[in-house]
Ligand binder design. Structure first.
Ligand code: PEP
Length: 420
């Protein structure tokens, strides 16, 4: 289904992946997803892997997210990470109010709202999680719980900021359990959240805000979930830890054109296999005949083993047509696959050329600070990631307004900044 809102698929790696493992994962994702322009892809590694992952994806179509941050900007907050520190690694998104933090760190809606405000003040896009427990659902309290979390977590957030906030509906009973909400259950809650956004803000916020679904999203259920009118992406936990499954979730969420091409190829391959099986049976049926040979199966004697030569019996006629269809299908499939891999090669070459063109401008001994983050006044943030026009592979559409700050000549060395 075509949507006005651009889909966003984010991987929450939680407390998984050493730096080396994180790099392996993100390199695999880059390789598999280089051609994806249709949606936003975000990875949220643990803090310890942010710097290396950021370097790896700096010129790719994959964006960086963090899993949490402090509501404070600086100071005596042992063990906390401020938004500005995340920005040093070109983090763009931050997951806030995940159910695991609400549950284990007892994060309240009020605290989450302060974090959401701090994220916006630093021009980070918060991904605000809401969702009911199984008990809530069984007690018929799903909407009341979700409404309370939504209202509380967005308290004090302006209309402009709300449009730049991503909501993740994550039913707690579906997280890490293998139980996915049915697409109808998820759609119902997403529609409810959208209606609440309208009453909290206005119709434009409701229309533009992206609402992700999270909870055991897998390659097999991604397409069905994403086809729902109010589901604008996924927040993926377990399945984001594997190159293949996260790539498949991303690819299965795109509709059209890649899926269409894959469906056509899949369908033609299926027909080809069926025709091939029929051909083999037909040939075997005709082999015991006198003067048997492959040529007989195609309508002629052994010396006339050319498709269709002298075909006379009905069986030989059928075999001849099957052989023709087989050849035509094989040619069509080769052409389609060549088109697909040629497209992939072209994009890979473009990416390689971009990487090669990237030459270090500052000596390693002279660290250069990133530009200071632009703090956008609340309510006036540029609208991004909302439309469906095409974009460069390394610049997902809708993100032009949030181009990462480029390393600048060192005027004041910042020892914390590794972009040098
Ligand atoms: C999550 O923790 O945000 C999540 C959705 O996890 P999983 O996909 O493993 O259910």
């Amino acid at each position: 289904m075509e949507k006005d809102r651009r889909l966003i698929i984010a991987g929450n790696w939680k407390m998984n992946k050493t730096v080396a493992e994180a790099l392996d994962l993100v390199k695999g994702l880059k390789r598999n997803l280089i051609q994806v322009k249709e949606l936003d892809i975000v990875v949220c590694p643990p803090f310890t892997a942010l710097s290396e992952v950021s370097r790896e994806i700096i010129d790719s179509n994959i964006r960086l997210g963090a899993q949490n941050m402090s509501e404070q900007s600086v100071g005596a907050c042992t063990g906390e990470i401020a938004a500005e520190f995340l920005k040093e690694f070109l983090v763009r998104y931050v997951i806030l109010g995940h159910s695991e933090r609400r549950q284990h760190q007892e994060e309240s809606n009020a605290l989450i709202a302060r974090k959401v405000a701090a994220a916006h003040a630093a021009s980070l896009k918060p991904i605000v999680c809401v969702g009911e427990t199984l008990e809530d659902r069984e007690d018929g309290k799903t909407e009341a719980v979700v409404e309370g979390q939504l209202t509380g977590s967005l308290s004090g957030i302006s209309t402009g900021q709300a449009k730049e906030t991503i909501i993740a509906y994550e039913p707690v009973w579906a997280i890490g359990t293998g139980k996915t909400a049915t697409s109808e259950q998820a759609q119902d809650v997403h529609a409810f959240i959208r209606s609440k956004l309208e009453s909290l803000y206005d119709a434009a916020v409701a229309k533009q805000t992206r609402i992700q679904y999270g909870g055991s999203v897998k390659p097999v259920n991604a397409r069905e979930l994403m086809s729902q009118p109010d589901i604008d992406g996924a927040l993926v936990g377990g399945a984001s830890l594997d190159v293949r499954s996260f790539s498949d979730i991303v690819n299965n969420s795109i509709w059209p054109p890649n899926i269409m091409l894959s469906l056509v190829i899949g369908f033609l391959t299926f027909i080809l296999v069926v025709i091939c099986a029929i051909l083999m049976v037909l040939i075997l049926v005709q082999l015991p005949k006198k003067d048997a040979g492959a040529g007989l199966a195609f309508g002629g004697g052994t010396a006339e083993a050319i498709f269709g030569a002298g075909a006379s019996t009905p069986l030989a006629q059928i075999t001849k047509y099957c052989a023709g269809i087989f050849l035509a299908l094989a040619l069509a499939l080769s052409a389609l696959n060549a088109y697909r891999s040629n497209l992939g090669d072209r994009l890979l070459k473009q990416e390689a050329a971009r990487q090669a063109a990237k030459t270090p401008t500052t000596p390693a001994t002279e660290p250069a600070p990133t530009e200071p983050p632009t703090v956008t006044p609340s309510g006036t943030e540029p609208e991004t990631g909302e439309t469906g026009a095409s974009a460069e592979a390394n610049q997902p559409e809708g993100e032009a307004a949030e181009t990462p700050p480029k390393p600048t000549p060192a005027t004041k060395p910042n020892p914390n900044n590794w972009f040098s």
